[in-house]
Write a protein that binds this ligand. Structure first.
Ligand code: BG6
Length: 290
């Protein structure tokens, strides 16, 4: 079988190439590992906590129903990035064999009493993971309102890409954007063809003019494309650099920021509304050029 389930994890292996695999923790439905040609494509902290006591530092945590910490909104009681990344999801099994596709589900019965009180809405989330090819990984999230009232939410795939050297790396495809810079606390028009990282970066790039050409490039070599974006109009670029990494207990090694870059697709600059009985979904495909 190409799908292995343990008490805590699911491992998928590509049916035609066993050197491609993906490992998903039921806690947070967090993708912990994605290997192409046997090589790890995602960054996971050596001190990431995987026992379900804290959101995972690395891989692809899921952000829902709030990005960051909100104020004066119906999500403002919730902790940073919401509850999806620190709730245990139900494994719903395989839904397709070609491409190999599995699903996870989350509903009010799966979240903590505390989260339920902080955000008392009825919902169903379906997270779908598939391996469309030997060198690509797709994730999608369907959000269903099973309540009697509309509610608002953010969604984000918080992907930590593994890269050889941050000083040689840049991000392309984020021109024509409106930028919210959380470090300098400024807003400006984003028109840089190449975004380089030489210090702490924490920015939201909204509505790129060519949303399907986001690339992570090392020197002149494209490492990854983030593509086939559906309903994901924002791209967050995050690197904690030295000081911030030092302040994060579960970030290890401390110079690990040199080998990671978060390029996170989401719907976060505005809240999305979903009417009672309605569904909304978002998806992305990550392509590795290894
Ligand atoms: C990013 C945010 O998405 O996630 C940053 O833009 C934040 O502000 C980072 O620091 C990590 O968040 P956390 O909660 O996992 O430490």
């Amino acid at each position: 079988s190409y799908i292995k389930e343990t008490e805590t994890e699911i491992v998928l292996t590509h049916p035609r190439d066993s050197s491609t695999s993906v490992r998903i923790l039921k806690y947070g439905a967090t993708i912990l590992s994605w290997k192409v040609k046997g090589q790890e494509q995602l960054w996971l902290s050596e001190k990431a906590i995987l026992d379900g006591s804290k959101a995972v530092r690395g891989g692809i945590p899921l952000v829902f129903p709030v990005f960051g910490k909100s104020e004066g909104h119906e999500t403002s009681q919730l902790p940073q990035h919401g509850f999806a990344r620190n709730s245990v999801w139900e494994f719903l099994g395989q839904v397709e064999s070609d491409p190999l596709t599995v699903q996870f589900g989350l509903g009010p019965e799966n979240i903590s009493e505390t989260a339920r009180c902080q955000w008392p809405h009825d919902f169903t989330l379906i997270f779908t993971v598939s391996l469309p090819s030997e060198d690509s990984l797709s994730t999608s999230l369907e959000v269903e309102n099973t309540d009697k009232q509309p509610w608002e939410f953010n969604v984000l795939f918080h992907t930590y890409f593994r890269i050889p050297d941050i000083t040689q790396t840049h991000v392309e495809g984020l021109t024509g954007t409106q930028v919210t810079d959380k470090v300098s606390k400024t807003n400006y028009a984003g028109n840089e063809a190449k975004i380089t990282i030489a210090g702490e970066v924490d920015r939201v790039y909204s509505s790129p003019s060519t949303p399907d050409s986001v690339a992570i490039v090392s020197g002149s070599k494209t490492l990854f494309n983030v593509q086939n974006l559906q309903n994901l109009k924002d791209v967050v670029v995050w690197n904690p650099w030295t000081e911030k990494a030092n302040g994060l207990a579960d970030f290890s090694p401390k110079d690990g920021f040199k080998n990671m870059i978060c390029v996170e697709t989401g719907s976060v600059s505005k809240y999305q509304t979903v009417a009672p009985g309605a569904k909304w979904s978002a998806s992305q495909t990550l392509k590795s050029h290894l």
